[in-house]
Structure formats: C-alpha cells, structure tokens
Design a protein around this ligand. Structure first.
Ligand code: 5RP
Length: 301
C-alpha cells in the first residue's frame, strides 16, 4: 500500500523562488531537445565547453593506418584520456570494451577507398544502429567543391533529419580534395554551409591566417581536425591557436596516435584544450610524461 503523504513538515513549494535551469552553454545548441543536449554535454566537457575527441576512423577508407594496426593495443589504453572517441561501428563492436564510459561518435559515411574518388560517399550506417550502439554522435564527410559535392551534402542533410528525429548530434566534416586550396576563405564557406544545412557541430582544419573568421562565422561549434603528423610542438601550437581562435576543441588522430608517446601526447593536448596551457608548457608536460613512461618500461624489463 502506498503511504499517504501526511508528513507534518511544512511543504517546500517556495513560490517566491523562480524555477532554476542552467542555460545550455554550447554554441548554437539552445533549441535542441534534452536527448540531443545530453549527448552534446557528454561529448563537450561542460566545465570548459570543449572536447578532446580522439579520431581513429581512418581505416574506413585507408585500411590499417600507421598507429592503428592494432587498435586493441594502441588505442584502447588512450580511451581514459579522451573526452570522446571518433571511430567506425566495426571497430566499436569488435575492439572497444563496452565497459567504457566515454562517449562514442561514429563514422556514418563511406564508400570509396583511397584508390578511388573519395567524394563519392554514401551514408554508411543506419541511425537505428547508432542508437543501438549508444552513440553520442555521428560524423559524415562533406566535400564542398568536390566532384560529388551535392551528393555529400544530401547525405549529411538526410543524416541530420534522422539525427533530429532521434536526438543524435551530427558532426559535419569538411573534406578537402587533394588539389584544393586550404585557406580561411574556403573553410568559411564550407563550415558555414555545413552549419546552415543542419550539422550540430563541424570538424575542420586549422589555417594560420584568419582562423577566427572561420569560427566566428560558423553558428555551431567547430572542432579542429589534426591532419598529417607534425612534430609534437607544432601540433600543440596548432591546437592552442585553434582553441584561442574560438574552436570548441579538437578531433585529432595521427598527431596523437602516431606520436612517440601517445599517452603523453593526449594529456598535453588536453592541457592545451581544457586549460589553455601554452604549447611550450604542454610540451614540457609531454616530455616529463614520456620520460616517466620510459623509466617504467625500463624497470619492468
Ligand atoms: C578525415 C577524417 C579522418 O578520417 C580522421 O578523423 C582524421 O584525423 P587526423 O587527420 O587527425 O589524423 O575525418 O577528414
């Protein structure tokens, strides 16, 4: 029998206190429903409003990329240090421990290999499967200026419609063709189009000149793509400059997992993204951690 609510203590209706509700801090995300916001809040750390996403989806078009030959050995140990993992559903099911508490953002486009025209992609995952896998987002390439530009845009808008129906954020990725100029003018166009057509956030490359105009003119958060492997200091400088120019974090792959010490590098990237640690200090952190790890390995031998 449920008990009658006869507590003698006076009820705490507090009519004089307006109902409390924190504003949702992520750029452009105020109008979304609770499920979408909750997935975003798990991906972008609410304390800093930024994310360190670890991108390991490269195999979907280029096979066993250097550093990703054995995801169980090289990437699983990095999971505790990222805010979210960007991977394919194949890798998620086969290699990522389901005990992991980290949000998973799933690659949802694919088709051509590096041997073919890359912009000829299709949606490569059902939204129902993303939900079944408890994903926190899905990511898709958009080839502005590419041969199959319109197709890739329609792929994204279809995914956005499905995402809206199910509360699933969509990350639109600016995919740059081999011979295309990577400058602020191009990325302003690409990021703005991707946002206007409904992406929840955009992944794009950093450019040294006028990157702040790319972030300022994009009405949703931008995460910086890492690109090809640089020296640790250059990668940290790039992440730092992107964040102080308005990026809401990074989605970096090779510059983390191809580093001499990926566990040290991801922690250095975290310091830059979440604490605005200067690149030189973040490099010191990287070197200290690297030496510590080398010492541990030596004493274990
Ligand atoms: C290409 C992608 C990738 O597959 C990947 O995420 C790239 O990561 P990185 O360039 O940092 O190695 O999205 O656009």
């Amino acid at each position: 029998m449920p008990e009658a609510d006869t507590n003698a203590k006076e009820k705490q209706y507090r009519p004089e206190v307006p109902q409390k509700m924190k504003p949702f801090p992520l750029k452009g995300a105020q109008s979304y429903d609770w499920g979408m916001k909750n997935r975003l809040a798990r991906t972008f750390d609410p304390r800093s409003g930024r994310t360190v996403m670890l991108a390991v989806d490269h195999g979907y078009f280029q096979g066993p990329t250097t550093g990703l030959e054995r995801i169980d050995l090289s990437i699983v140990p990095l999971i505790p240090y990222c805010d979210a993992l960007f991977c394919t559903r194949g890798v998620l099911r086969s290699l990522i421990p389901p005990q992991s508490q980290k949000p998973m953002v799933l690659r949802a486009s694919g088709g051509p290999s590096i041997l073919k025209e890359l912009s000829n992609e299709e949606i490569a995952m059902d939204m129902e499967d993303a939900l079944r896998l408890n994903a926190c987002g899905v990511g898709i390439q958009v080839f502005i200026g590419g041969e199959y530009e319109t197709r890739s845009i329609h792929n994204m808008t279809r995914l956005v419609d499905l995402g809206m129906r199910h509360g699933m954020p969509v990350m639109g990725v600016t995919a740059v063709g081999k011979d295309m100029k990577r400058d602020a003018q191009y990325f302003r166009l690409a990021c703005r189009m991707i946002a206007e057509l409904g992406a929840t956030y955009v992944k794009t490359y950093y450019v040294e000149e006028d990157f702040e105009t790319v972030t300022a003119s994009c009405p949703v958060p931008i995460v910086m793509a890492g690109g090809k492997k640089l020296s640790e200091i250059d990668a940290l400088k790039m992440a730092y400059n992107a964040v102080i120019s308005g990026a809401a974090g990074v989605d970096m792959g090779r510059n983390i997992f191809q580093s001499d010490d990926p566990v040290a590098m991801i922690q250095a990237v975290r310091a830059v993204v979440h604490k605005h640690t200067k690149p030189e200090h973040a490099l010191e952190l990287y070197q200290t951690l690297k030496e510590k790890h080398a010492g541990k390995r030596a004493s274990a031998r």
